[in-house]
Design a protein around this ligand. Structure first.
Ligand SMILES: NC(=O)c1ccc[n+]([C@@H]2O[C@H](COP(=O)([O-])OP(=O)(O)OC[C@H]3O[C@@H](n4cnc5c(N)ncnc54)[C@H](OP(=O)(O)O)[C@@H]3O)[C@@H](O)[C@H]2O)c1
Length: 267
């Protein structure tokens, strides 16, 4: 674990902070003076980001190399976050991955890993850390869902369903914790990051709105400040989500299937 011995009360926990949207959240939080606990499996990348943030923003940063797809990793994060009576102010449940392919053609082990990280880690971390956050000034939870949460996505179906879970779970948590912790579901669309290479998707040929990870994180932070329950990233994605909300579900799932089933790497 990367150490930083200065006061770390009220720190902002960012899961999946070694690259992409999580790293962008870390930089956005640091610019606002938040101390940080950064988590992902690749500890060297976390340590490099921590060094960059300490020198640019001067905030205390701790790092933890942990696999949040397994119970031991979640236990390690909770223990680190709450050590010595610490009380986090923010939890950004961002770690997640996608897996392209029809269900029957997908690797079962990877599918289950995805369910554990995208769903189980979000639920367990929210469940265990929220009680300690109540009463901390500015307490907030941001759960990263996706625009894929709003309709079935044939060819990307299990991933989209994990994000539909995150969206519904977060909306419920928003009400349960109202007045105690601001809880926001963040729904990015196509965002530049390592996500698409991991998932095996190539959407570059599609005319989808593309955002940078920095834009997604900055807008999401402002949505959390405004106590939004559901935040869709960017105007283009808001229009797409609104359109899928009024279209018949049978049409939405057909269109999503045409997008995702044509756009894998090497298919
Ligand atoms: N990019 C998009 O178009 C897009 C759109 C909608 C939603 N999202 C969501 O945004 C979130 C962030 O994704 P991203 O686009 O930033 O992708 P990314 O660049 O691939 O980053 C994913 C992060 O999650 C971490 N991670 C993966 N497996 C992990 C595990 N088992 N334990 C701990 N950390 C793990 C990775 O770090 P390590 O490999 O070092 O562990 C990495 O830091 C995800 O929840 C994703 O579903 C992305």
């Amino acid at each position: 674990m990367g150490q930083d011995n200065r006061n770390v009360d009220g720190e902002c926990i960012v899961t999946g902070a070694s690259e992409g949207i999580g790293a962008a959240f870390a930089r956005v939080a640091a610019r606002r003076g938040r101390s940080l606990l950064l988590v992902a499996r690749r500890g060297a990348m976390l340590d490099a980001l921590a060094a960059e943030i300490r020198s640019s923003s001067g905030v205390p940063v701790r790092t933890l190399a942990a696999d949040l797809g397994v119970a031991e990793g979640i236990d390690a994060l909770v223990a680190t976050a709450l050590a010595d009576g610490r009380r986090p102010s923010m939890l950004i449940n961002n770690a997640g991955f996608g897996l392209y392919g029809d269900v029957t053609e997908s690797d079962e082990r990877r599918l289950v890993e995805m369910l554990r990280l995208n769903i189980e880690a979000v639920v367990v971390l929210s469940r265990r850390l929220a009680p300690a956050m109540i009463g901390v000034p500015g307490a907030a939870i941001l759960n990263i869902a996706s625009t894929a949460a709003f309709q079935a996505c044939p060819g990307f179906g299990t991933y989209a369903a994990t994000k539909a879970f995150v969206l519904a779970f977060t909306e419920a948590l928003h009400i349960e914790l109202e007045g105690k912790i601001r809880v926001t579901a963040v729904c990015p669309g196509y965002t530049e990051s390592g996500f698409h290479a991991v998932a095996g998707l190539d959407l570059k040929t599609m005319k989808l709105p593309i955002m940078t990870a920095e834009e997604v994180a900055e807008q999401a932070w402002r949505a959390s400040d405004a106590a939004a329950c559901v935040h869709v990233s960017g105007m283009g994605n808001k229009v797409l989500v609104a359109a899928s909300g009024v279209a018949p579900r049978a049409l939405s799932r057909r269109i999503a299937g045409k997008i995702f089933r044509r756009n894998s790497f090497g298919r």
